[in-house]
Design a protein around this ligand. Structure first.
Ligand code: KPL
Length: 312
């Protein structure tokens, strides 16, 4: 029997997943508004491929009966994930496995707590961006890790990792997804707010002008990671290891516009709540300093508040 995957959120990762899984599985790509069925993918090698994808709106889905999917992939932004699941929860059995692809650590613990069925979390370094309503560019290949926060669904994570690997993702099932999500969050916290506030590509953070700010952020983040029991990356020690990881990601993604900068440029809400929020909350919980992180959060919040003001 063909496995069926519903993909909720036709952003860059959602569409990349849909293109990748469609040749081997029954895929339904679901959005709030209608999407063209003919969708284009530009591969990392620059090849253009088009596919007819099975696209649905949430409203259409609710008005028809469907065979339950084997997996629902939620590929919305972090703060939209819970509402997205809510919007389809009436049309799927409550035992349906969910796969959460969000950045940060906001949606994952919340949905794990409330959804009766299995909840897997995925973290990926696949690079992709949209080129309008019918196109996605797969900019760079990366690695994907899958697991659940309570380590209760190892076999399911393994099965999904195999399917995704057949579909072209380098996916691995892991038993330390919580650490991996926090590691990514640490890197995102050091890069995304700064580049979004200054309107620069990631590589700019190599410049001396940013060194002090990166150091100050990493100092707070490293202490929080230690309190959360997250090991420093690559077998290194403390703050230096975290700074080395951040600088390595800055180097590897020098030409990228980070997701938070893209959100700010498009005047969309950013993922600050999912990235800076859990760090600030953890610092408060453990009695650690978080003044630098709080200032970044306030500055991004002010930037977002300014969207509507300058539009009027
Ligand atoms: O994940 C990223 C993002 O843009 O959200 C980084 C690692 C910062 C790369 O741009």
């Amino acid at each position: 029997m063909t496995t069926s995957h519903w993909i909720l959120g036709p952003g860059a990762i959602g569409r990349l997943l849909a293109h990748s899984l469609s040749p081997m599985a029954a895929v339904t790509l679901i959005g709030r508004r209608a999407l063209a069925e003919q969708q284009w993918l530009t591969t990392p090698e620059g090849e253009q491929k088009s596919q007819l994808l099975n696209t649905f709106t949430v409203a259409q889905l609710a008005s028809e009966t469907h065979a339950p999917p084997a997996f629902v992939h939620i590929t919305t932004k972090a703060m939209a994930a819970e509402a997205a699941l809510e919007s389809i929860s009436e049309v799927i059995p409550s035992t349906t496995p969910q796969v959460l692809w969000q950045n940060g650590f906001l949606a994952q613990p919340r949905i794990t707590q409330v959804w009766p069925g299995p909840v897997l979390c995925a973290t990926t370094s696949e690079g992709a961006y949209l080129t309008g309503d019918d196109g996605v560019v797969h900019a760079g290949r990366g690695a994907t890790f899958i697991g659940d926060l309570n380590n209760q669904h190892g076999a399911l994570a393994e099965a999904l990792a195999q399917t995704l690997t057949q579909a072209g993702f380098a996916a691995t099932a892991v038993d330390d997804i919580r650490s991996r999500l926090w590691q990514k969050l640490a890197v995102n916290a050091a890069i995304n707010p700064l580049v979004a506030l200054h309107g620069v590509r990631n590589g700019e953070l190599r410049e001396a002008a940013y060194a002090g700010r990166v150091k100050a952020i990493v100092k707070e983040v490293a202490a929080i990671m230690q309190a959360e029991g997250i090991q420093p990356p690559n077998g290194g020690h403390g703050e230096d290891a975290w700074r080395a990881l951040v600088l390595q990601v800055v180097e590897n993604t020098a030409n990228n516009k980070a997701s938070m900068l893209q959100d700010v440029e498009a005047r969309r809400p950013t993922e600050r709540e999912a990235i800076l929020g859990p760090l600030i909350e953890s610092a408060q919980h453990h009695g650690l300093p978080y003044g630098v992180l709080q200032a970044l959060d306030d500055d991004i919040a002010a930037l977002e508040a300014g969207y509507s003001e300058s539009a009027t």
